[in-house]
Design a protein around this ligand. Sequence first.
Ligand code: A5P
Length: 235
Amino acid sequence: MSKEEGKWAAARRAVQCVRPGTVVGLGTGSTAIKFLELLAQRVREEKLDIQGLPTSEGIAEKAREWGVPLVDQEVAFGPADVCVDGADEVDPDGHMVKGGGGALLREKLVALASTRVIIIVDESKNVPRLGATFRLPVEIVPFGWRRTYELLKQEGLDPIIRVKDGKRFLTDGHHYIADCALPEKIKVPELARKLKLLPGVVETGLFVGIADMVITGREDGGFTEKNYDRSRFRD
Ligand code: A5P
């Protein structure tokens, strides 16, 4: 029994939601990769006819390795019928922090090009407020990064430029990530909009009103599902 079992339980439920003849958004992270493994199994064993729309180079590579056909993005970018992805935090309104793996930009592009977004998490990801357990990843352009960093600092977000293997972490889009601390009392939709307006900010890991359903897998192998009406958050 572990978090891992919770992730598998959520992934098992999500893979049942995939229908033949559809395009499936493929999320990134340790939970989403479990979903991909199960999806690949269905492709192999049931000859399930789907095409994947990957959210990172890493997940695209795995999909190819496991025999899951991918959409040719030179021809079309989705739309995907369903996108299945993980999250770092989910609040009671279904808003999320994502980007722990650095794939937030592509994850948001694919989620917003999907008819239905299913989020798969273990119980540790459900939090009373965003920022309770995780910093908010903000993707910024390397050019002039110090200025963007200062602007984030002025917002009271205590940014830390992400470092991996002794070097500044680079996303698939060759950008930096500033991991930010979220103050206790924030209005999530307002902050998401405000951060997008800062020069140098490419995207934020705040996913507001994007999840249609959150599947939480439990350590005992069971799961719970919660549905959200995301039309409430469309401008
Ligand atoms: C990747 O950039 C992230 O948004 C992941 O979806 C998120 O970090 C969840 O990852 P795990 O499933 O590994 O916790």
